[in-house]
Design a protein around this ligand. Structure first.
Ligand code: N01
Length: 896
């Protein structure tokens, strides 16, 4: 059904003089052009409005010397039409601005797009008209526009930031902005030139300006990381991959993290030797590929401060090796942000340019600009006489082009500027609650600037046009996200951002470059592929989180949050689901043990600690093996007796090794992981009795093990949490040992399966109701299940050691853990709870996989230290120093 045939509540146009279209688009760059093409093909009437005199968007305006793409141009291309792909050949690995502009002109011609573009036309205002359910746009050139849907294809970096420096108007020389460079070029020969800024635009233009100018003075506030582009032909490996299977190459890009077909790194920095790390870095350096450098060195480079610091150090070495003057080299070395947290740059001869006699670097951190005068720039230490000032000072990024250029007024007269006063709110970075039928292409809240924009633009355009076609087919006229969906997206965005190091840098990603702008990480940091799958999931779940309305009160709304899991938990669960594994309970005990053993082989072993020692100790009925994990700090240390998870059936003293190592590093305590007896060979109460016997022996032999004299502490995960809890009760009732505190992570505390968490999380979160059923059956006969030695919730809970109890939202065991904490608290036992949002049963033991588990483990470690009478925090620097001081420990040498 054509859009025009869908009846509206008031079919009269809001403004009779207005140009009537189904869809209006702002911008005729990469996004606007593809939108026009897709909209037309879908049968919508559309117009694009652009202030520029031709197509091109950012590539129309950014004509400064050296302006180039900094993603391989074969990747930075449209992929929607295979014929277009073969009709155009890029001449270089990184195409210049003129070549990219020619490409966009070629695309506009090929699909005859210019006839629907109004150039030299700025939208002055956009207002939603509730009665007609249309947007009315006023423009500075020609008729207003009335449209059903309004789409911002305005780009993320299109509104230059004002210079913010006093005196610009007084300057008598020439002033240029890289983002608004004159179309007929600028002759800088024989001139004294200043460049203010050292971001991507400056770093691309400085070497070329230096070649022309008599003298170039660079005013640098923050040094940035730059990687040599090694421009030339398209790299042979990428070209041949593309030619071998173009469709597969493109598909891999669509599902990758950054929109470029590179695999996800799995090896973490501490699994590599220094020589291996250096070799990886040198390889990345020689490739001249930013995305490779940002993603392929080691898996923790973008999420862990230590993993990132290794990259920063290697970069600094390169700068020192290139720049001859050590003081200038030092000034050029970034030192206030992790690599990748601020947008790094791709350069050609950038650092070497500072070896030229006609180039001066002014470090604004030491001598801030005081003023721009009629003749030049004055800092706290000098006056620089100038003929030309180039502002390479960047953009009001991501929101500037949407919010600042024109007022957008949505439902009920709400202004987008007001709604976004504290930072951009959106659902999927595509839509905003209160603004029906308004869409943003690569808006804040989507991967946008953290991705290959070409891939993200195509994904957004396809998603939006498909939705518009779907609305039309179903007879709906408006589409708007719900408050719940938008708030949920905000939480998910924050969860993703918390995983990265972006929070540690003041950048345009966070709004920090514009004085007074609300701050927060604006792009979606969860990756292109995961984001795409979320957008797809919204559709398959009945347009989850959108309210659709149509004539005669027709309405559809499947409300909810699309992602409630932590982002890394979602990835893990999706991966597990894709493996299509048989249920563990169908494997038999031996099969399940073999499976878990294989599964554990693929995980990172855990970071180095001081020492790992294996031994045996007497259990309740014979020897039990144990593994002792010792910190690198000088002892003696308090001892934590640890019980692994595995439903009383699976696992051994090594099976929670990454968790034990991590906790040893965080607590500075010894962990002794005990291999208690397992079912079905040894049924209830074997595990419980072993737990108590082992704890007693360890307490009695604390000094021999390198521990401080008792009391000991106990900890355990899952069934191990059950054993730890039971051990505390038995120790209280049987005269010892003294236990200073208990850490129970997702513990089993009761045999009752009736609590809501068993129903809500019965399937889909790895530990299932049916697996728990199986564990209980193997371990304990129904008649024994209410015994406090397996259901400690049914025992006496007063007089127990202080407890820290962790429960996870998506865990069948959640509610019994909470019930145990509440029972202890009611009985006067000091209890702290961590109710972990978005986590599942295995979140905290999947160290280095579920990174969002880190803050929880920090809290657990602090609790254990408090229980042991220590200050809550262990200094990380001490930890590192001590690891280096003890290089010769046994197992780590093999592991690293
Ligand atoms: O802008 P920027 P850009 N006084 O914001 C400094 C993309 N891009 O135009 O860091 C003194 O990065 C500011 O200092 P600080 C790319 O995504 C792509 O260079 O705020 N200095 C910084 O050094 C890029 O990231 C390509 O302390 C002031 C610089 O100006 C984004 O566009 C090419 C200042 C601004 O750097 C923006 O890059 C170019 C002041 N008052 C750009 N205000 C490609 O290759 C700001 N600065 C595809």
């Amino acid at each position: 059904m054509p859009e025009a045939m869908v009846a509206t509540r008031d079919a009269k146009p809001a403004d009779a003089t207005a140009q009537q279209v189904d869809v209006a688009v702002v911008g005729a760059g990469f996004a606007g052009l593809y939108l026009l093409h897709r909209l037309r093909k879908a049968g919508f009437s559309a117009v694009a409005l652009d202030e520029a005199g031709d197509v091109g968007g950012t590539w129309y305006w950014n004509r400064y010397p050296g302006a180039r793409c900094d993603i391989l141009t074969v990747d930075y291309s449209y992929t929607f039409d295979p014929e277009l792909e073969t009709a155009w050949t890029w001449s270089e690995k990184y195409a210049t601005q003129p070549e990219i502009l020619r490409y966009l002109g070629f695309v506009a011609d090929r699909y005859d797009l210019r006839r629907d573009i109004r150039f030299h036309t700025r939208v002055k205002e956009a207002r939603w008209d509730e009665a007609s359910e249309r947007w009315l746009l006023t423009t500075d050139n020609g008729a207003p526009v009335s449209c059903r849907h309004y789409i911002m294809a305005t780009g993320c970096l299109s509104t230059p930031k004002p210079p913010e420096i006093d005196g610009v108007k007084d300057f008598k020389g020439e002033v240029y902005f890289t983002g608004r460079w004159p179309h007929d070029g600028v002759d800088l020969k024989g001139k004294r030139v200043a460049v203010i800024g050292t971001g991507s635009s400056a770093i691309q233009s400085i070497p070329l300006i230096a070649e022309q100018a008599t003298h170039l003075t660079v005013f640098q506030r923050t040094p940035n990381f730059a990687l040599p582009a090694h421009n030339g032909p398209v790299p042979a490996d990428r070209a041949s991959l593309l030619q071998a299977d173009r469709a597969a190459y493109r598909e891999q890009a669509r599902w990758s993290l950054a929109g470029v077909p590179l695999p996800q790194q799995t090896v973490v920095s501490w699994q590599l030797s220094e020589a291996e790390r250096r070799a990886r870095f040198e390889d990345a350096w020689s490739k001249g590929d930013l995305v490779h450098m940002l993603t392929q060195l080691w898996a923790d480079q973008g999420v862990d401060v230590d993993g990132n610091r290794l990259v920063c150090d290697l970069f600094r070495e390169k700068i020192a090796a290139t720049v001859k003057d050590p003081d200038i080299a030092a000034a050029l070395m970034p030192d206030d942000h992790p690599f990748g947290a601020k947008r790094p740059c791709l350069d050609t001869n950038y650092y070497a340019t500072y070896n030229r006699p006609n180039v001066t670097l002014v470090n604004l951190r030491q001598e801030p600009i005081k003023a721009i005068t009629s003749g030049g720039i004055t800092t706290a230490r000098r006056s620089v006489d100038l003929d030309v000032i180039v502002f390479a000072t960047g953009f009001d990024a991501m929101t500037g082009a949407i919010r600042a250029i024109h007022p957008i007024t949505g439902r009920g007269g709400r202004s987008l500027s007001d709604v976004w006063a504290q930072g951009p709110q959106s659902y999927l970075g595509l839509t905003v609650e209160g603004f029906p039928n308004l869409f943003m292409i690569t808006g804040p809240g989507s991967p946008s600037v953290l991705s290959n924009m070409a891939v993200s633009i195509e994904q957004h355009v396809d998603w939006v046009v498909d939705r518009l076609a779907g609305l039309r087919a179903a007879g709906f006229t408006t589409m708007e996200p719900t408050e719940t969906a938008q708030a949920g997206w905000g939480r998910h965005m924050a969860d993703c951002a918390g995983l990265t190091l972006h929070r540690l840098a003041n950048t345009w990603y966070t709004g920090a470059n514009v004085p007074g702008k609300a701050q927060g990480v604006m792009p979606y940091t969860g990756g292109v592929g995961p984001y795409r799958s979320i957008c797809d999931e919204v559709v398959t779940r009945g347009l989850l989180g959108f309210r659709l309305k149509g004539p005669n009160g027709a309405e559809q709304c499947n409300d909810g949050e699309v992602v409630r899991l932590q982002p890394d938990v979602r990835l893990v669960l999706n991966l597990l689901a894709s493996l299509n594994l048989p249920p563990i309970e169908s494997m038999g005990a031996a099969g399940a043990r073999a499976f878990v053993g294989e599964f554990n082989k693929g995980r990172p072993a855990g970071r180095p600690i001081g020492e790992i020692v294996d031994g045996t100790l007497p259990g309740a009925d014979g020897p039990l093996s144990y593994r002792l994990y010792r910190p690198a700090t000088p002892g003696p240390h308090p001892i934590v007796v640890y019980f692994h998870g595995g439903g009383w059936v699976l696992g051994d003293e090594q099976s929670d090794e990454p968790f034990c190592r991590d906790m040893v590093r965080r607590t500075g305590m010894i962990f002794v992981s005990v291999n208690y007896r397992h079912a079905p060979e040894h049924r209830f109460p074997a595990a419980a009795e072993d737990g108590h016997a082992a704890t007693r022996w360890i307490a009695d032999h604390a000094a021999e093990l390198g521990g401080t004299p008792s009391p000991v502490l106990v900890a355990g995960w899952s069934a191990g949490g059950n054993i730890a809890a039971v051990t505390c009760q038995l120790a209280r009732d049987r005269g010892g040992p003294a236990i200073a505190g208990q850490l129970l992570v997702c513990p089993v505390t009761d045999c009752n399966f009736d609590r809501p968490s068993y129903t809500e999380n019965a399937t889909g979160y790895f530990l299932t109701r049916s697996l728990m059923d199986w564990f209980w059956d193997l371990y304990c006969s129904p008649a024994d299940r209410t015994d406090p030695r397996v259901s400690p919730l049914r025992g006496k809970v007063s007089g127990l050691p202080p407890a820290f109890i962790v429960t996870c939202e998506f865990d069948p065991l959640r509610d019994e853990g909470i019930a145990y904490a509440e029972a202890l608290a009611a009985a006067g036992v000091p209890v702290e709870q961590l109710k972990a949002r978005g986590q599942f049963h295995s979140s905290y033991t999947m160290v280095d996989v579920v990174i969002t588990g880190v803050p929880g483990r920090v809290q657990m470690a602090q609790a254990l230290r408090r229980f042991a009478g220590l200050p809550p925090d262990i200094a990380r620097s001490d930890e590192r120093g001590q690891v280096q001081a003890n290089p010769g420990h046994r197992i780590e040498a093999a592991a690293s």
